[in-house]
Design a protein around this ligand. Structure first.
Ligand SMILES: *Cc1c(COP(=O)(O)O)cnc(C)c1O
Length: 465
């Protein structure tokens, strides 16, 4: 269709769409420049649709689209969300919520200047590392510790610092993809280390490592299978065996644990997640873990272990590129301080508190929530309580289902997907799950007080249809 065709000329002007946005009160909420950009995009899309042969685009639909673009692109972006998904550490929902102590530390450091790299006693320049190293060593028992931006960058840093241009031995069954396309073989390649695969997918013995270990070997790397499990005819060399081999041949051993669990998960009836302390005690030169998985802190990558190996990472030029920012540093230090008293950690670290709730407590919470939701939606939906299998998530406790309960909401005259969308896009976002014709709001990951906000949010979603 030609540019001058009658249909194209019927498209509203950008100015008219902006007037439509103003009529909806959006110019009070957003700057005019943002409204104009959204209107331009919406009109351009409509023009393309017409050229591709779609007939007729309602001017009001174009204003709708512009309003959607305006909110999505220039609204508050990263929003607070209530996690009713039944997955505690959900990477898409920002993993671990911070403890009160960590929130306060972030607040204090972000609202003013800080002692990030100054020694306040002497007035001399200092290093940001001093804020977490003593805590890391105290909590894990390691000789030395260092924190970077995330565990992925800690892995890259360790490889670059200890093994660039040389060989790294990894069990074939541990060449994992962590998620978001982070594949260990690619990471190794990018760090300049040469990957030597050892053993087979399901069975790898110490003797496989020993026979592959040549003069060019710079590291024995063990990677925790944090997001999958193997069962059946399987065997792995243990970390202690690798440490024995590494020490006898002068080759450092690195354990990428993924989730930095610092507590005994069997205490709350969960399977044992390997701890950082155990890997340190087994003698690994470096143990790498995430700050925002089971550790329950901010995004960070934690490297602990022997002084020599940690120092090589700290001094490598990439350490500067991977450094932790002051807000995460403050939050990590405050989180680690709680672990100096493990009993406090179970109460004060939000994800540990969630994991230590009993199934009965989860059921009571779901029953109470269901009653309130039922009152809120009246005849618009039937409301029930169902047992669910939740997850710790975030690449922790793979395959372990955490028994939980959900409120099951079955709309009478709408599709559950519509309600789920409205819940996600309402005044406070709620992320639930749609299953078998119902919206499920799982109580597993609900933080204290969030359950009391849910009935009104469900009511708003029901009423806006
Ligand atoms: C999650 C994970 C990582 C990456 O951690 P991030 O902090 O997300 O970068 C690395 N290794 C393993 C084994 C993991 O499970």
């Amino acid at each position: 269709m030609a540019e001058g065709s009658p249909t194209l000329r019927l498209l509203p002007s950008v100015d008219r769409v902006v007037v439509g946005l103003r009529r909806r009160g959006l110019l009070e909420e957003f700057p005019r420049r943002a409204a104009t950009l959204a209107a331009q995009q919406a009109v351009a899309e409509a023009r393309r649709a017409l050229k591709e042969g779609q007939n007729g685009v309602e001017p009001e639909a174009i204003v709708d689209r512009a309003a959607g673009l305006l909110r999505r692109q220039f609204g508050d972006g990263l929003r607070r969300v209530i996690n009713a998904s039944g997955i505690i550490l959900h990477t898409n929902l920002g993993r671990a919520p911070l403890s009160k102590a960590a929130q306060a530390a972030v607040d204090a450091v972000s609202s003013g200047y800080s002692s990030l790299e100054i020694d306040l006693a002497s007035g001399e320049r200092s290093s940001r590392a001093v804020h977490v190293e003593p805590l890391l060593t105290a909590v894990t028992g390691a000789e030395a510790g260092f924190a970077v931006n995330n565990a992925a960058s800690a892995v890259v840093l360790a490889l670059a610092a200890l093994a660039a241009g040389r060989e790294v031995l990894v069990g074939r069954g541990e060449l994992v993809e962590i998620g978001g396309g982070f594949r260990l073989p690619d990471v190794m390649h990018s760090s300049g280390a040469r990957l030597v695969e050892v053993g087979t997918t399901n069975r790898t013995y110490l003797s496989d490592y020993a026979s592959a270990l040549g003069p060019d070997a710079a590291m024995l790397l063990k990677v925790h299978r944090s997001n999958f499990s193997q069962s059946g005819f399987v065997h792995d060399a243990t970390l202690s065996e690798l440490v024995g081999l590494g020490q006898s041949r002068g080759v450092p051993v690195v354990h990428d644990l993924g989730s930095g669990c610092l507590v005994d998960t069997t205490r709350v009836g969960l399977p044992a997640e390997p701890t950082v302390q155990a890997s340190v005690a087994a003698g690994a030169d470096l143990v790498i873990s995430s700050g925002d998985k089971l550790l329950g802190g901010p995004q960070a990558g934690v490297l602990v272990g022997r002084q020599a190996a940690v120092d090589r990472c700290r001094r490598h030029p990439l350490a500067r590129a991977a450094r932790l920012d002051k807000l995460d540093l403050a939050a990590l230090a405050a989180t680690l301080r709680v672990y100096l008293e493990p009993d406090r950690a179970w109460q004060e670290i939000p994800i540990l508190a969630l994991l230590s709730r009993t199934p009965q407590a989860r059921r009571r919470l779901a029953l109470r929530l269901a009653r309130a939701v039922k009152r809120a939606v009246g005849g618009m939906a039937s409301v029930d309580v169902v047992a669910t299998s939740g997850e710790a998530g975030g690449g922790t406790l793979p395959g372990t289902l955490v028994p939980s309960w959900a409120v099951e909401i079955r709309p009478v005259s709408a599709r559950p997907e519509e309600w789920a969308t409205r819940l996600r896009t309402g005044s406070t976002s709620v992320v639930g799950v749609v299953r078998e014709g119902a919206v499920l709001l799982d109580v597993l990951a609900l933080l204290p007080g969030e359950d009391r906000r849910l009935p009104a949010l469900v009511q708003a979603a029901a009423a806006s249809g």
